[in-house]
Design a protein around this ligand. Sequence first.
Ligand SMILES: Cc1cc2nc3c(=O)[nH]c(=O)nc-3n(C[C@H](O)[C@H](O)[C@H](O)COP(=O)(O)OP(=O)(O)OC[C@H]3O[C@@H](n4cnc5c(N)ncnc54)[C@H](O)[C@@H]3O)c2cc1C
Length: 385
Amino acid sequence: MAQNCSPWIDDELAMLRDSAARFIARELAPHAPDWERAGQVDATAWRKAAEVGLLGAGIPEIYGGGGGTRAHEAVIQQELARAGLAGSFGICHGIHSTIVAHYILSYGVEAQRQRWLPALVNADLIGAIAMTEPGTGSDLQAVRATAVREGDHYRLNGQKTFISNGQTATLILVLARTGAQAGAGGLSLLAVETQGAEGFRRGRKLEKLGLHGQDTSELFFDDVMVPAENLLGGHEGEGFAQLMHQLAWERLSIGITAVANMERAVALTTEYVRERKAFGKALLEFQNTQFVLADAKTQATVGRHFLDALIVKLLADELDATTAAMAKLWLTDTAFKVIDACQQLFGGYGYMAEYPIARLFADSRVSRVYGGANEIMKLIIARSL
Ligand SMILES: Cc1cc2nc3c(=O)[nH]c(=O)nc-3n(C[C@H](O)[C@H](O)[C@H](O)COP(=O)(O)OP(=O)(O)OC[C@H]3O[C@@H](n4cnc5c(N)ncnc54)[C@H](O)[C@@H]3O)c2cc1C
């Protein structure tokens, strides 16, 4: 589909796209069934991805990164989804490289950037971000985890849940209350280096409807002493504002996967209905099949153009929170509808886990919930009315 016409993909990005696609097909995709059985990506995959520059492609070279921009991260995200890895290495990469590394680049003081970015790029550290708690997800101002300053440390207490990379992460940005102030003003992000962190415990690897090739976990922090120098940005009370500023990019990156998944669903289904016969003819010959796929292809194409336009805005530093919320809302809702309609054309085979369309269906459901539920996107958009 529109894979070669995105206006933001220049020659250099096209080369990255092609080499990433080859590497992913050769070195990562064959291992997806193993990751699905294990419920997580293995350390070798992280290392290999680091070696070829798939981690931190948008991080400056002085911190060990690829020296690119968020367009480089977007290209890699897109290729992982195109290869069918959105529910495994795709989300791992999204959290680690697209989100955590960019928080540190954007808000970290120089010492924090120098300490953590090269380690993330090399996969010496695996990143996660822990905001959601059992009692609160959409309303992050109600976070209850506390980080109380004691000398040159913070004493961190709290529980987090649904944390992607939760079983494997070794550098976790934790949203906690550092001040007595209620609401957003009292929140900060603390980077917890898990190795040797007494009082830190990982809960179970959560069993999910989809995303079987990656780990999602509960995390427990009981009197974990975190060095004060690990406060992201060095000032208390900035956590909520940091989250809000990154969310536009985070939401757009969810849209990147949604569009790639839609395009993949249309391609997989078109191939299937050409071959599958019913009542003596190929399914594609039924007008209903043609109409469903014509509609699906139209939605995917509209989604692609909307996404491309917003990536251009993002790269020009002009993407606002409202438009990013529209992208997350529309692209994930539409992707789910398109994938559902495509799955129907597979009949019973579409329900079998061995068929990629079944996994696309299960994997894409959560994109309407995480990164801010789509109802929250509507609230954000409504504020602009
Ligand atoms: C697979 C997976 C991975 C995740 N990864 C991470 C991660 O890495 N880090 C992290 O911190 N979190 C993560 N999350 C958590 C995710 O961001 C939250 O689940 C999400 O923000 C919703 O929060 P909640 O589950 O507490 O739902 P709730 O806040 O309880 O909301 C439930 C539903 O109520 C409705 N609702 C809520 N508020 C409003 C409102 N104001 N107006 C109208 N309707 C409303 C919405 O329909 C919403 O879906 C992940 C979740 C999943 C499932």
